[in-house]
Design a binder for this molecule. Structure first.
Ligand code: PEP
Ligand code: MN
Length: 354
């Protein structure tokens, strides 16, 4: 199978779906059964070795699960992909004739590991899907792709799954759309698939992110799908039922004009601007929550809300940086004043609470 040409010859979006983890033979087959009449679905996914953040969580069924995926392939007639994070896993996945391998975000960050995996695949003809690294580093993502190219593997596809930040109020992994778009500019031959499940971490947001990906002309979507999402052994909050996947796909608005005229180009930029505005306001909200905490301490210790010295210092430090921001002093000052006034209002409410 050549995945790149399959993606290019499929009407957008090229859809990969299936559970975060293969949990049992019955679960894998039940999901593939419910997905089997989806014409948009072109490949199934399931993790068998799970890179979990903390020990003690479900770490996947390992080799035992691969025959289930092979059975599901026989049932659906669809190729399957599986995550590999080391050479041993590559060998096992190949033994069960996985149709494609994906490199997870926690592996893409590690050039030693990526190199070992790439070298172990020398001479093997298999498509590789490469997720972005967990940190927002375009060069590291490109570097991982190049390591496979150097070995002679050229059927490569990139998956955008967002970037990790500490305590983001909305996303599990912030999309930072500018990074996958920059990847497309640098490597236009590499198809780009969005994984809204890992970006959002919450099933209610999956549609919006999938729609944005379509508006930005991504080639496809990888969406975690489970027959009983609430009881999934991994990533329960973000998985959706096969029936919800069907609704999601039929609700997507596809802008089919591939010849990017000015209007389309403007639309794309507006989607990016919108995403940035979301971030600005989410951050303002976080900032206000912190200033409310400050308000609580001031109330408890009888400190006045307005601390002139602190405020003067804060303004001066920020104004020193205006040329780095490419913004005028006047604008930065206005923004700071507006934020300050809002914080004072919030703190006043706290002080005067009975
Ligand atoms: C997954 O796809 O289930 C997974 C572990 O993804 P990521 O590497 O993007 O975290
Ligand atoms: Mn997952």
């Amino acid at each position: 199978m050549n995945l790149q040409s399959l993606i290019k010859n499929t009407e957008r979006p090229f859809v990969i779906a299936g559970p975060c983890s293969a949990e049992s033979e019955a679960q894998v087959l039940a999901i593939s059964e419910s997905l089997s009449d989806f014409s948009a679905l072109k490949m199934t996914r399931a993790g068998v070795w799970k890179p979990r953040t903390r020990p003690g969580s479900f770490e996947g069924k390992g080799e035992e699960a691969l025959p289930w995926l092979a059975k599901s392939r026989a049932q659906t007639q669809l190729p399957f992909c599986v995550e590999v994070a080391n050479v041993e896993q590559v060998e096992i996945a190949l033994k069960y004739q996985a149709d494609a391998l994906w490199i997870g975000a926690r592996t893409t960050v590690n050039p030693f590991l990526v190199q070992e995996i790439a070298s172990s695949l020398e001479g093997v003809k298999i498509p590789i899907l490469i997720k972005n690294p967990i940190n927002p580093d375009l060069e590291l993502w490109i570097g991982a792709i190049e390591r496979f190219q150097k070995i002679g593997l050229d059927d490569l596809t990139a998956i955008h799954r967002g970037f990790s930040v500490y305590k983001h109020p909305i996303y599990r992994n912030v999309p930072m759309w500018e990074i996958p778009l920059a990847l497309r500019e640098r490597m236009p031959e590499i198809p780009l698939i969005c994984d809204p499940s890992h970006i959002t971490g919450k099933r209610d947001l999956v549609f919006d992110v999938a729609q944005t990906a379509m508006d930005l002309n991504f080639d496809g979507l990888m969406i975690e799908t489970h027959n009983d999402p609430d009881n999934a052994l991994s990533d329960a909050a973000q998985q959706i039922k096969p029936s919800d996947l069907k609704n999601l796909l039929s609700s997507l608005v596809m802008r089919t004009n591939t010849n990017l005229n000015a209007k389309e180009a403007l639309n794309q930029i507006r989607v990016e601007i919108n995403a940035l505005d979301d971030l600005i306001f989410e951050h303002l909200k976080q900032r206000l929550l912190l200033s409310e905490k400050v308000g609580e301490i001031k109330k408890e210790h009888h400190i006045t809300i307005f601390q002139q010295e602190h405020w003067t210092k804060l303004i001066a430090e920020r104004l020193k940086m205006t040329s780095d921001y490419g913004l005028s002093q006047d604008f930065v000052r206005k923004v700071l004043d507006a934020i300050h006034q809002e914080s004072i209002q919030h703190q006043l409410r706290i002080m005067n609470r009975k």
